[in-house]
Design a protein around this ligand. Structure first.
Ligand SMILES: O=C(O)CCC(=O)C(=O)O
Ligand SMILES: [Fe+2]
Length: 344
């Protein structure tokens, strides 16, 4: 159960940098993470075992989003660009007509590993296991670095998952089979500033959002956020608690799936993002908020069973398709000329 917290805890995960994590560190960290995920569901992790610093991560995001619109649209999912084949991985543009309170553009990358063990059913409209899409090296030369970032975040998240297994009284490798053909997604996000004329609503209490309240769907999320601010987390007293930028930290939060698997011992906490402050040119992609969430997910065919052995099992691919119906970038009317109307 979420508690009435007023700030998020900070957890030092430096011990995970060791190639063999000491037993005492495993015990201490698993206890600490259990407490965090059973109360706030959110924390700042410091000393993460990553070779990337924030500067590089946000330089990658900025470099992608400042590409010309036509270049980004070459990578757009089919629902935004009818001639493209990719349905799940790739770029999604802003949808101002649908989502004035959910205004964002994004670029999504799955695991760079090709040839999944269980190829996705071809008949599905959204192919969760499809390969990534990239521009030619000359147009955007960051494929390798972004794939490396995906790999490192997957390894980091797997270490955290092992600690969670221990914290739930299981063997450290208990969840390892989940990760076969993992669907984990690295998502570069850009929230443009709100145009000047929309920035001051008549109702002074109205909060202008760029990302509406939601819980994440997978195992856990590792979020890099820039210093703009705006992330807020809902506590048990229904207050939105700010989660400002903490230099060098990675924000972690539990997703729906892990909350369910833990028998609701862990909490998937609701969160949202306030719109970034207005800038002179709201459409200029150098402005606004940049964030890079990594959604740590099992494979599409993975049958996820709650640790207590009672409670319903769920096939991850089905769980994520259900959740997708609520995501703005998968709404039927994308606002772009596409002509597709089938089921997800
Ligand atoms: O941009 C952020 O800080 C949070 C994004 C988020 O919550 C999400 O994409 O699920
Ligand atoms: Fe989220």
């Amino acid at each position: 159960m979420t508690t009435s917290f007023s700030s998020l805890p900070i957890v030092d995960v430096g011990a995970l940098k060791a190639s063999e994590v000491a037993a005492a560190d495993v015990n201490a960290l698993s206890k600490q993470l259990y407490d965090v995920f059973a109360t706030t569901g959110f924390a700042y992790l410091v000393n993460a075992p990553l070779s990337f610093d924030h500067e590089e991560i946000f330089a990658l995001a900025r470099e992608f989003f400042t590409l010309p619109h036509e270049e980004k649209m070459k990578l757009a999912k089919k629902s935004f660009h009818r001639n493209n084949q990719n349905t799940y991985r790739g770029y999604f543009p802003t949808q101002p007509h649908l989502a004035s309170d959910n205004l964002k553009e994004g670029f999504e990358i799955g695991s760079p590993v090709k040839n999944p063990t269980h190829p996705a059913p071809e008949a599905q409209k959204i192919r969760l296991s499809e390969p990534n899409v990239w521009l030619d090296k000359g147009a955007f030369g960051r494929q390798e670095r972004l794939e490396q970032l995906h790999d490192e975040l997957q390894t980091f998240a797997s270490k955290l998952l092992s600690l969670l297994a221990v914290s739930l009284g299981k063997d450290a490798n208990y969840f390892t089979p989940w990760l076969l053909d993992s669907l984990s997604t690295l998502r570069l996000l850009h929230y443009p500033p709100v145009p000047q004329n929309q920035a001051q609503p008549h109702d002074v209490d109205a909060v202008k959002l760029s990302c509406t309240p939601h819980t994440d769907s997978g195992i856990l999320t590792l979020l890099h956020q820039d210093a703009t601010g705006g992330l807020e987390v809902l506590n048990a007293s229904k207050q939105w608690v700010p989660a400002p930028y903490v230099p060098g930290s990675v924000v972690v939060n539990i997703g729906d799936l892990m909350a369910k698997v833990s028998g609701e011992r862990f909490t998937a906490t609701m969160h949202r993002v306030r719109a970034p402050p207005p800038k002179p040119d709201a459409l200029d992609a150098r402005f606004g908020r940049f964030s890079v969430p990594f959604f740590f997910e099992p494979g599409e065919a993975c049958v996820v069973v709650p640790v207590d052995g009672d409670g319903e099992s769920v096939v991850y691919g089905e769980h994520v398709r259900q959740k997708m119906a609520t995501w703005v970038e998968f709404q039927e009317d994308s606002g772009y000329e596409t002509g597709t109307t089938e089921e997800l």
